[in-house]
Design a protein around this ligand. Sequence first.
Ligand SMILES: [Mn+2]
Length: 461
Amino acid sequence: MFNKKIYITRRNQLISKFTTGKVLLLGNIENPINFEHNTYPFRQDSSFLYYIGIQSPKLAAVLDIDHGETVLFGDEMTIDDIIWMGQQETLAHKAEHVGIYQLLPFDQLFDFLQNTQENIHYLPPYQPHNQLLLQKLMQCPADQLRPSVPLIQAVVAQRSIKSPEEIVELEKSIDVAVDMHRLAIKMTTPGCYEYQISNAMQHFAQDQGMSFSYPPIVTKRGEILHNHMQFHQLQAGDLLLNDSGVETSLGYASDLTRTFPVAKRFTVLQEELYQVVLHAFKSAEQSLMSGVRFKDIHLKACEALVEGLIQTGFMKGNAQDAVMNHAHALFFQCGLGHMLGLDVHDMEDLGEQYVGYTETEPKDMKTFGIKSLRLGKQLEAGNVLTVEPGIYIIPELTQLWEQQNLHKEFINYDFLNKHLDFGGIRIEDNYLIEHTGYRRLGKYLEREIQEIYQLKDNPID
Ligand SMILES: [Mn+2]
């Protein structure tokens, strides 16, 4: 964990935004797979991790705004726990490491908060255990729970600006992901299975003391945006899309994507469309700067994609008009990027409207394409985010649009119908926003076609 002063400062900053009441931060539990004691890997709640730093299950913290104190609620191991799991560092000791000196048994949380319900600020719960806990604490049904908007806004404001020590962690995570991606590019050959690449990456990450920061997308069907099927055998002529990242022991995530040929070279059309995505990627990258609206960068990248799609014969007409009419969404159905930090989609549990948008410029929840843009607001120095344009040819969507005669003035359906099996291409890197521009975080991961070919020409022995 970080130095205790960091956690104390973070908590003090948070409570300085309030005048009275209590902030309640709930940690996660170990969730059962098929019975209570056979559990999924434990992952602490990221806001809890940010302010409290302790990676143990079944904890809660109350930040008393009136007295400026933090009380931790949790239980020390019993002799039964020690028999089955071995003696571990005491909770009191863990609390000291993060500057917390008041520890009470978990059950006392209820008494501690009794009769103060109206003054308790809490975040939206996303795990059933914490939903039930809040129901009991607040003495109201789950659908009447009212997470605190001021708390959400305060947490988002704080976690959106990464400190130097957080950047160090993020770069550690990106560096390992870069080597993991190189391994994937080098080892992929015709005949191997998607899961073999994925397993090798997991092995590599775990050897570096890290784990996947999300279920990796390793697929020849890259047009399926969150494709978790990994059973295909790969053949010469296929593309492989690898969207994967790792997280450090402190929980900081990386999120990189490369798309490369299974054989040593792309086909002509794959090369052409790869260049289109790479061009859009670079144009977006060049626009990153504090003060610029990410939605504008997204739209600019969409225009670059459409210009390329016009040149390659998939689209026609004027690129600007096509984007204004959302015709590009047939090929790019999602957003250009999102915040990155302790979560791969940082703070998504707190609500996209609060993380990626503002009251005066709210999220568009309806328009196909732009409704999937997680981040739209003006960038600030200290933001860390992904840039990830792509081209995805989805046969079912193409059919639907054609049947509905959608955007015939912009889309060459005849040409597109000949390439419905193309798949998808995405390129993704991670960036820190600075006052005068941006910094691409971590080691450089090959992205030019010739650089990828060089990796393919030097496979692992
Ligand atoms: Mn991403």
